[in-house]
Design a protein around this ligand. Structure first.
Ligand code: 5GP
Length: 175
C-alpha cells in the first residue's frame, strides 16, 4: 500500500447523521411516489446502501458502472462499464453519487438517461466540490461541501485503496 498522509475530515458519526438527514429530505420530496435509486459505481456503493435504508418510500435499486478517473486526475472521459437492468421510461430516478467534482460525470449520466424518457431525474451526492464544478447543474441533495482536496474513505478510493475507511479523510501528500 502507498504510504500517504490522511487528515480526517468527517467522522463516522457525522456521516451517519448526514445520511439520515438526506434520507428525510428525499422521503419528503417523493412523498410516497415510486422511485428508482441508481447507485453510480464504484465510489458510491457504501453511501448508497446506507442512504436507501433512510428513504421511506416505495423504491427499487439499480446500478450504473462508470469509470472516469485514474489516480487523482479526471481523464475527462466517462465510460459505461455496467448498464441499468430495467427500463426507466416514465419513472422517477434518483442518481446517487459519492462526490461531484467537475460535474462532468453526473452531467454525462444525466444526458444519457434523459434519452430514455424518465419522468424526473434528481441527483444526490455525499460530497460536492463547488469550486471545481464546471457544469451548470448543481446536485439536488448534497451531504457535505469540500474544497479542492482529494478525499478517500467511506467507499471513495485512491487507486483502489482506502475504500473501507469508516470515515472520510483528505489525502495530503499526493499531487
Ligand atoms: P467529476 O466528473 O464530477 O469531475 O468526478 C466525479 C467522480 O470523480 C466521482 O464519482 C469520483 O469517482 C471521482 N472523484 C472526484 N473527486 C474525488 C476525490 O476527491 N476523491 C476520490 N476518491 N474520487 C474523486
Amino acid at each position: 500500500m502507498d504510504q500517504i498522509k490522511l487528515t480526517p475530515l468527517f467522522t463516522e458519526n457525522q456521516i451517519k447523521e448526514k445520511v439520515v438527514e438526506l434520507g428525510k429530505q428525499i422521503t419528503a420530496k417523493y412523498n410516497n411516489q415510486d422511485l428508482i435509486c441508481v447507485c453510480i459505481l464504484n465510489g458510491s456503493f457504501m453511501f448508497f446502501s446506507d442512504l436507501i435504508r433512510e428513504i421511506d418510500c416505495d423504491l427499487t435499486c439499480d446500478f450504473l458502472g462508470l469509470s472516469s478517473y485514474e489516480g487523482t486526475q479526471s481523464t475527462g472521459e466517462v465510460k459505461i462499464t455496467l448498464d441499468l437492468t430495467q427500463s426507466i421510461k416514465g419513472k422517477n430516478i434518483l442518481l446517487v453519487e459519492d462526490i461531484v467534482d467537475t460535474g462532468t460525470t453526473i452531467e454525462a449520466i444525466y444526458q444519457l438517461l434523459k434519452t430514455r424518457n424518465p419522468e424526473t431525474i434528481t441527483t444526490a451526492t455525499l460530497l460536492h466540490k463547488p469550486e471545481s464544478q464546471v457544469t451548470d447543474q448543481k446536485p439536488d441533495f448534497v451531504g457535505f461541501e469540500v474544497g479542492n482536496e482529494f478525499v478517500v474513505g467511506y467507499g471513495l478510493d485512491y487507486n483502489n485503496q482506502y475504500r473501507t475507511l469508516p470515515y472520510i479523510a483528505q489525502v495530503n501528500n499526493i499531487n
